[in-house]
Write a protein that binds this ligand. Structure first.
Ligand code: GLC
Length: 432
């Protein structure tokens, strides 16, 4: 295992650009927000605390004045191999009242940063870093509560599929399909489907809709209320709010460590409010579902987002049963957690978030199972994942139907940073 840890470490080393780490050289040559937080866990597992701190500081340096933490920082403007880049976002024209750094997107990714920063502090004990990062984390959560909970029910909404981290999940299809596309304007500029197998990537029409939403945000000058009114895509996602609940708890601990008395009350208020709505609003027909605020209804599709609730929810037995019956395939000795329930007609074991196994969310679920003392199941899933990566490589995602660890079952990009980071975290048994 020593060799594999060394390989994982060398992937992080070669993907690290000065003070931040790119997800992978081929497909994702910039800094991604939630990737960086997963990567922090990897650095923590090998005691590379300085790299972990740099990762967070490089990201938060680009936080907007309203607290928004961008999903991507295009640090290296000479790299034009990623689409859509800053030339599409045009923040100098649409968001100069919110930021003076135009090399970012204007969307977010799931809020796992406070959790990662607390873990980092617990291991490094560096209070200087904690003092520096804390106000930025607080501002980030404040943004979510003031700008993304317009109905004031304690659940944060996403306004773009990319904000979920699970870009082309079937859970987004119905909302996206309401966006009418008359002309294919942008998909011809895509680079992702030329760099890796297009069967493992979203379709062109989906890309047109992704870009349509970006145009809408620019037109609204990133005014959240206006976007809320005009957009078809406004969703309270289970995974996003699960990670928020976890991060709120981490933020509370950090505030206690730093003795921020006034903030403690506010964070406690957020914790209670979100948890209450999570259990009352997202739980329907004996399961946790994301909520489409535009149609005022649950999105009754079971994806890995719903299973991720295991780390914070009250009704965890139904989640575990669904994991066993619909996401694993135990009778065939298959311990890959699929990203979509296996009997859904849209299930596709190699297409991005429509079926493959992803290592980051697998690790999250393993942690949930362990917390609930389901050690046997957790260890089987973990051993399967470690064995797979060791035999196939550090891919972005994996064919969830593969049980023989065939080389071709590695999907998307290779030498992927969060796969490397989480591989080490699994082996070193770091807790999420
Ligand atoms: C893909 C994933 C997203 C991730 C990004 C960079 O877009 O869907 O979650 O952050 O790649 O790795």
């Amino acid at each position: 295992m020593k060799d594999e840890i060394q390989t994982a470490k060398s992937i992080l080393d070669s993907n690290r650009k000065n003070k931040y780490t790119i997800p992978s050289i081929n497909l994702y040559p910039h800094q991604w927000s939630w990737d960086s937080a997963w990567i922090v866990y990897g650095y923590c597992s090998i005691n590379e605390f300085q790299n972990a701190e740099n990762e967070m500081m490089s990201l938060f340096k680009y936080q907007w004045r309203n607290g928004l933490v961008p999903s991507i920082i295009f640090h290296d403007l000479s790299d034009i191999t990623y689409f859509p880049g800053p030339e599409i976002w045009e923040l100098d024209k649409s968001a100069s009242h919110l930021t003076d750094k135009f090399c970012t997107t204007g969307i977010v990714q799931p809020p796992i940063h406070a959790s990662a920063c607390l873990k980092l502090y617990e291991l490094s004990k560096n209070k200087i870093f904690l003092n520096l990062i804390y106000p930025k984390l607080l501002k980030w959560h404040k943004y979510l509560y003031t700008e993304r909970d317009i109905l004031d029910d304690g659940l944060i909404y996403i306004r773009h599929p990319w904000e979920s981290g699970m870009d082309n999940s079937p859970a987004w299809d119905e909302s996206l399909n309401r966006i009418k596309i008359n002309e294919y304007k942008y998909s011809k500029f895509r680079t992702d489907n030329k760099k890796v197998n297009p069967k493992e990537r979203p379709t062109d029409i989906t890309y047109e809709r992704y870009l349509y939403l970006i145009e809408l945000f620019k037109e609204c000058k990133f005014n959240e209320r206006l976007i809320f009114e005009k957009s078809e895509f406004i969703i309270q996602d289970v995974l996003f709010n699960t990670l928020l609940i976890k991060s709120n708890n981490a933020l509370l601990k950090i505030a206690q460590i730093l003795d921020k008395k006034i903030d403690i009350n506010l964070i406690n208020y957020w914790i209670q409010k979100t948890k209450l709505s999570f259990e009352s609003k997202l739980y329907k027909n004996s399961f946790y579902y994301s909520f489409d605020l535009k149609k005022n209804k649950h999105i009754e599709i079971k994806t890995i987002s719903n299973i991720s609730s295991i780390i914070v929810c009250d009704n965890y037995n139904v989640v575990i049963n669904s994991l066993l019956d619909q996401f694993l395939d135990i009778k065939n000795n298959n311990y890959n957690i699929a990203s979509l329930e296996r009997n859904n007609k849209l299930f596709d074991s190699i297409n991005y978030w429509r079926g493959p196994m992803w290592v980051n969310l697998t690790w999250l679920i393993i942690n949930g199972l362990k917390k609930l003392e389901k050690h046997d199941l957790a260890n089987k899933i973990k051993d399967n994942c470690i064995k797979k990566i060791s035999s196939i490589g550090f891919y972005e995602y994996f064919d969830s139907n593969d049980i023989d660890n065939k080389k071709i079952s590695g999907c998307g990009d290779n030498k992927f940073s969060w796969t490397a980071a989480i591989f080490i975290s699994m082996i070193r048994d770091i807790k999420f």
